[in-house]
Write a protein that binds this ligand. Structure first.
Ligand code: MIG
Length: 802
């Protein structure tokens, strides 16, 4: 732990005035999708990917422009050259189908306008772009009304304005408090929000970098890096959803995970010996508490040597995994990157023989202490090392392991800087660089190798990888958990804006240790945390080696009952959650969303950090304080239906609602359709024969729709079209409801046989119901709720109302 970490304010103050700035434009050239500009000691390329995504790359001090991207950027093949260029006396103007860019010739300045001529974005007039020795920096003006989101895994509120954030992956064991920074991940993607014109900036630089969002009250925001190139992407909105979605065109989306990984995971540091795991399994199944995965922490290994098993603790892991599998529980094993320097250890031998480890320029292998004692560290920048690592996964998948949990991959080391010496070299397949350049990519590249290895060895099953460290684009390979939080009430609260901003930064599949990692949890805390966790993308209960047990039953029956109910609720929502994962895999739009994403014109939502949306229709307001049986929350405009009582609320205001321990407030936006399913003990336990289609009616003259994606949840067959897409639509007028089912794609033999139709908030008596023209005799109607069953093959329901 670096002691400077706690001295946040005053760290890395970086004086703007002594940077070299761009002079006036000397000359320029246009080639294809690119405008190249020359300055006295620098040059700049502006390269269009689309009509509203462009890249800016600067070279300085006599260097040539370096077009090489970090590994975060996918091979997108995006290019756009359909712009109109005009030269005026004082500026160059580039007009695309969506934007107008103006470049001031004297004292370079970039301005971006939309088609209506509104200014969206501009460089700060005093500084614009500059460099100082190896540092590169950009200054941008900002309006006080603007909000900042994104930046991945950061502490603080939803709106990041007023803070200085550092990007340097760090094993931060000290408590994560309001201003702790950095944590484990570096996602240099910033969103500048304003209701009309939001945009994003992705700074594609893996060196240590900083984002100063007005921490000294200055009228600009700024980002800089300690090395590498000034290489950033401007991503236009105008909506927040478009910004996030367009960012995923640069760094990719999360692939569809195996459905079981969306279930409940149980972990601790560490479950052993084998008999204890068997007991754990039995307890879950006896108590019928749903669970899909157990995590194996470092004690399973022999002297913490990765890819080994402690034979005393685990005499027969293969048999244990088989028994788990039979009971529907998948094994996820932890892996640390450090390889113990034991001359009799196979991996160390292989690494030394084949030159796989990170070395200094003079050839010495970098060795430092981690759990196994002295370790060498694989150089994941080399493809041969990633191939080797990928190949190791088979050792585990052959035993029955289904997922890998990559810890300590900042990489963490037990020394003063908590990490690898920055002077260590990475070979990077012929484009070598120091650890200063590759530090933030270390975990990312390990995860890439892990993902690819698992994919290969799991034989058409989708891998599950969980990581602590990462960089932009990490969503392509791994889910992310937020590291060592504590069993503090504050950490339920802290997790919400952190996870929402991770979602806005491309990381859909994220979560936090439910119950808290360090310190002892308690019944009330675990209950409240599980309630929230049930709606967070990655749902795992995990705690530290010294902490008391925090399995769902650890604090007595009163809490167990409620915890169980919320884990069951997760599974009740699983069809919907999986559908949202599918949407995220297509569009990059996360399932855990800040309200501002759905209600962009509602000022109240701009910094609303303690409630969130699951998709576009479910609003969740966790209780994050002890001894509370009420919670204040905000409902945006429109009507909302209390999930529990079905009571209808008028939004556009704050409410104080009852929230006794057994109740976490959940509201459904009126007008929406929500699929819910039966209770499951684990994904795939049985066929879900009947899917509940819950319709939450709004006023008359209301339309609603829901598109449901469905596949086997496990294989890659969906890539060959083996999936279904069904569209549900309804129209509610004063005398009838017409409900349509349109099977748009139907190549997968789906499990549901029937839909149970539930119309909530129907305050007119249903007279006749016709299903594809035939009158239905069986239905029930009471308390404004109409219910009946129909087979999935039907197309149209007509409900005549009184
Ligand atoms: O230095 O493997 O964040 O989840 O249980 C501690 C033991 C190493 C840190 C991880 C935590 C894990 C623990 N690890």
């Amino acid at each position: 732990m670096d002691s400077s970490q706690t001295l946040l304010q005053g760290k890395s103050r970086d004086d703007s005035s002594d940077y070299h700035k761009l002079s006036g434009i000397l000359d320029y050239e246009i080639k294809d999708n690119e405008i190249c500009l020359n300055f006295k000691h620098a040059s700049l390329a502006i390269k269009f990917l689309t009509a509203d995504i462009f890249r800016v790359v600067m070279a300085h001090s006599g260097q040539k422009i370096n077009y090489k991207s970090t590994d975060a950027v996918i091979e997108h093949n995006l290019t756009y050259d359909d712009f109109i260029f005009t030269e005026k006396d004082s500026e160059l103007i580039i007009k695309t189908d969506k934007l107008v860019l103006k470049l001031k010739k004297e004292n370079f300045l970039l301005q971006v306008f939309n088609q209506q001529g509104e200014l969206i974005h501009q460089d700060h007039s005093q500084y614009a772009l500059g460099w100082k020795k190896q540092k590169v920096r950009a200054w941008k003006s900002f309006e006080q009304a603007q909000r900042f989101y994104g930046l991945g895994e950061k502490t603080g509120w939803l709106d990041k304005k007023g803070r200085l954030y550092e990007m340097w992956n760090h094993d931060t064991f000290l408590p994560h408090v309001s201003d702790t920074d950095p944590l484990y991940q570096s996602i240099p993607f910033l969103i500048a929000f304003n209701p009309q014109n939001s945009y994003g900036i992705y700074f594609d630089n893996s060196y240590k970098s900083f984002f100063d969002l007005g921490s000294e009250g200055q009228d600009y925001f700024s980002f800089w890096a300690e090395g590498g190139d000034l290489d950033y992407y401007f991503v236009n909105g105008p909506s927040l959803k478009e910004v996030v979605s367009k960012y995923s065109q640069i760094t990719g989306t999360m692939p569809l995970p195996p459905k079981w990984s969306l279930g409940y995971h149980q972990s601790r540091y560490s479950y052993y010996p084998q008999a204890e795991v068997e007991q754990l399994l039995k307890t879950f199944r006896d108590k019928e508490i749903p669970c899909d995965a157990f995590h194996f922490d470092i004690h399973y290994m022999d002297q913490y040597k990765i890819y080994t098993w402690d034979e005393d603790r685990f005499p027969d892991p293969e048999a244990m995994f088989a028994e788990m599998e039979e009971n529907g529980i998948k094994a996820v094993t932890i892996i640390d990157p450090g390889v113990k320097t034991d001359p009799e250890y196979k991996l160390y031998q292989q690494g030394m023989e084949n030159d796989y480890f990170c070395k200094y320029l003079d050839g010495r292998v970098f060795i430092d202490k981690v759990w196994p004692g002295s370790c060498a560290f694989p150089d994941f920048t080399q493809s041969k090392v990633r191939d080797w690592w990928a190949g190791l996964q088979k050792d585990y998948t052959d035993l029955g392991v289904k997922g890998i949990w990559n810890d300590m991959n900042e990489p963490a080391a037990f020394n003063k800087t908590d990490t690898m010496d920055v002077e260590v070299m990475h070979q990077n397949d012929g484009d070598a660089g120091t650890h200063r350049r590759f530090h933030n990519l270390y975990g990312f590249l390990e995860d890439k190798a892990t993902f690819e290895g698992l994919k290969e060895s799991l034989n058409n099953e989708r891998p599950f990888v969980l990581t602590r460290a990462g960089f932009a684009g990490i969503q392509r390979y791994s889910a992310v958990w937020t590291g060592d939080n504590r069993s503090f009430w504050d950490h339920i609260k802290l997790a919400m804006p952190m996870l929402m901003n991770m979602g806005l930064s491309g990381i859909t599949f994220c979560g936090t240790d439910v119950g808290g990692f360090t310190g002892n949890s308690n019944g009330e805390l675990l209950t409240r945390w599980t309630q929230m966790g049930a709606f967070v993308p990655f749902f795992r209960n995990h705690c530290e080696v010294r902490a008391i047990s925090q399995e769902p039953w650890s604090f007595g029956e009163k809490y167990e009952k409620i915890i169980k109910k919320y884990i069951e609720l997760r599974y009740k929502f699983i069809t919907h959650i999986y559908n949202l994962f599918y949407q995220a895999s297509q569009t990059g739009i996360p399932l855990m969303r800040p309200l501002i994403m759905e209600f962009p014109n509602d000022r109240e939502c701009q910094n609303l950090s303690d409630q969130f949306m699951v998709g576009d229709s479910v609003l969740v307001a966790p209780v994050y304080q002890p001894d509370k049986d009420k919670r204040m929350l905000y409902l945006p405009e429109g009507k909302w239906i209390d999930y529990w009582t079905k009571e209808v609320y008028q939004g556009g205001k704050h409410l104080i609602v009852d929230a006794p321990l057994e109740k976490m407030p959940i509201f459904i936006k009126a007008g929406s359709i929500l699929p819910l399913n039966d209770k499951l003990n684990y994904i795939g336990e049985k066929e879900i024969e009947c899917l509940e289609m819950n319709i939450f009616l709004n006023e008359e003259n209301n339309l609603g729709n829901y598109q449901l994606y469905d596949d086997d949840g496990l294989s890659y067959n969906y890539e060959n079209g083996v999936y279904n897409i069904t569209e549900f639509k309804y129209q509610y007028t004063d005398n009838q409801i017409i409900f349509n089912i349109d099977r748009k794609e139907q190549n997968y033999q789906q499990e549901f046989k029937d839909y149970k139709m539930i119309f909530n908030n129907l305050n007119k008596d249903p007279l006749n119901i016709y299903v594809d023209g035939n009158q239905l005799s069986e239905f029930s109607y009471s308390d404004n709720r109409l219910e009946f069953k129909v087979p999935v093959v039907i197309n149209k329901i007509t409900i005549e109302l009184s």
